[in-house]
Ligand binder design. Structure first.
Ligand code: DAT
Length: 186
């Protein structure tokens, strides 16, 4: 039984997942009483625990071994008797068991020029930038999330275009956590 919810922050690369997670953790530590939320960066797990089978030169990305990755994710999520409080970030919701996650937040950047600039400034090749732009335009991550977490309210999209969106979104997520805790107590 979780005492804190697990939240998956998903979205196309460059939409602001890392920045938003950092803001959530910062607000959580300033809450009274502080909320013991913890970051689970899937990117770090892929690299640090070698959950990949090689490197795709064309797309400049590691080829993820999804089975191995999800085994590692499950280990972390089950840690501490599965008490919850994980803020997980990944560009996709594929492979995650529905029962692990209480809320999926899909960050969206519908300002294509803004997203283009964020991705190109990472030094991504044009092909990789375009692939990610297409995924964002077609809302691929939301579609995928809704197919799995079909329960009402479990998948929310939040706009992440301007700097103030980061703070607004983090505040909304903290509020959602507070409400979740209250609901559990009833
Ligand atoms: P992600 O983790 O989704 O790949 P990120 O948090 O690393 O994205 O952000 C990529 C860059 O874009 C980084 O320089 C911060 C900036 N950025 C992201 N979301 C933003 C927003 N809503 N307003 C302003 N800048 C943003």
């Amino acid at each position: 039984m979780r005492s804190l919810p697990n939240i998956l922050i998903a979205g196309t690369p460059g939409v602001g997942k890392t920045t938003t997670c950092n803001e959530i953790l910062s607000l959580a530590s300033q809450s009274t009483p502080p909320l013991n939320l913890k970051r689970l960066s899937i990117n770090d797990i892929v690299k640090e625990r070698s959950c990949h089978t090689g490197y795709d030169e064309e797309l400049q990305t590691l080829i993820v071994d999804e089975d191995k990755l999800m085994d590692e994710v499950e280990k972390d999520i089950s840690d501490g008797n599965g008490e919850g409080g994980w803020i997980i970030d990944w560009h996709s919701t594929a492979g995650f068991a529905v029962r692990w996650v209480d809320l999926v937040v899909v960050l969206r950047c519908d300002e294509t020029n803004t997203l283009y600039d964020r991705l190109s400034s990472r030094g991504y090749k044009e092909e990789k930038v375009q692939e990610n732009m297409d995924a964002e335009i077609f809302g691929v991550v939301t579609e995928e999330a809704k197919e799995a977490w079909d329960e009402e309210g479990q998948v929310v999209e939040l706009k992440s275009v301007e700097a103030e969106d980061i703070e607004d979104n983090a505040e909304r997520i903290i509020q959602w956590v507070q409400n979740w805790i209250k609901d559990q107590g009833q």
